[in-house]
Design a protein around this ligand. Structure first.
Ligand code: C5P
Length: 221
């Protein structure tokens, strides 16, 4: 395994924005593992499977062949040969990802794919269980968080900027629901690894967070 930075934390903590910037500065590859779970969720939704149908999810997930490739540093996720990047960024897919990711067969189906990506290249990988399960030997581990209000506000601003119609209270409820699902599931729940550095980004700018992570990387060598 090469050099690896694991970033875990709840939805909307800023993991992908921050990780992309750190990747550019460190010259390593940014791996977004949420997109992998989202591709699986998209596959299940397309096949008419519901989040509550855990037995069907456990069986059906094995028909999803998910692969990741990098084009000009941008991660592309392929589902049974189709690039699904533009289809997985919806709230519906996010909620389904959170439900299906709690099914053990889904996690074991997807874990080797994530680990393999860190074998051949230096990575900064973000998700929920990177420091605790996927890359327990990661060189640097960060647990990135922010208050639920701040995370919901960021998401609200993001949707508004894209001209999407949205409601702040509804987003806040979705954020809290996803936190609850991800933190309380039996397998690989979202939690801070014992050796991870906690970074609360509620009152920090993106640049401040990036600088802090680069400092932590320098300290850990
Ligand atoms: O990070 P993102 O919001 O794209 O992730 C979608 C969902 O996928 C999360 O809510 C979580 O349930 C699941 N996930 C996971 N483990 C990861 C990454 C994502 O369980 N490493």
């Amino acid at each position: 395994m090469g050099y690896s930075i694991a970033i875990d934390g709840p939805a909307g903590a800023g993991k992908s924005t921050i990780a992309k910037k750190v990747a550019a500065k460190k010259g390593c590859c940014y791996v977004d593992t949420g997109a992998i779970y989202r591709a699986m969720a998209y596959f299940l939704l397309e096949n008419g499977v519901k989040g509550e149908e855990t037995d069907r999810i456990a069986k059906k997930c094995q028909e999803a062949n998910i692969r990741v490739a990098y084009e000009a540093g941008e991660q592309q996720v392929f589902l049974n040969g189709e690039n699904v990047n533009s289809k997985i960024r919806t709230e519906e897919v996010g909620q389904m990802a959170s439900k299906s990711a709690a099914v053990p067969q889904v996690r074991s189906w997807l874990i080797d794919l994530q680990r393999d990506l860190a074998v051949t290249q230096d990575v900064i990988m973000d998700g929920r269980d990177i420091g605790t399960c996927v890359l327990p030997q990661a060189t640097v581990k960060i647990y990135l968080t922010a208050s639920a209000d701040v995370r919901a506000k960021r998401r609200y601003d993001e949707y508004c900027a894209k001209g999407m119609d949205c409601d702040y209270e509804e987003i806040l409820n979705t954020v809290k629901k996803r936190d609850m699902q991800d933190m309380t599931r039996a397998i690989a729940p979202l939690k801070q690894a014992d050796d991870a550095v906690l970074l609360d980004t509620s009152d920090l700018s993106i640049e401040e967070v990036v600088d802090r992570i680069l400092e932590i990387c320098a300290e850990k060598g």
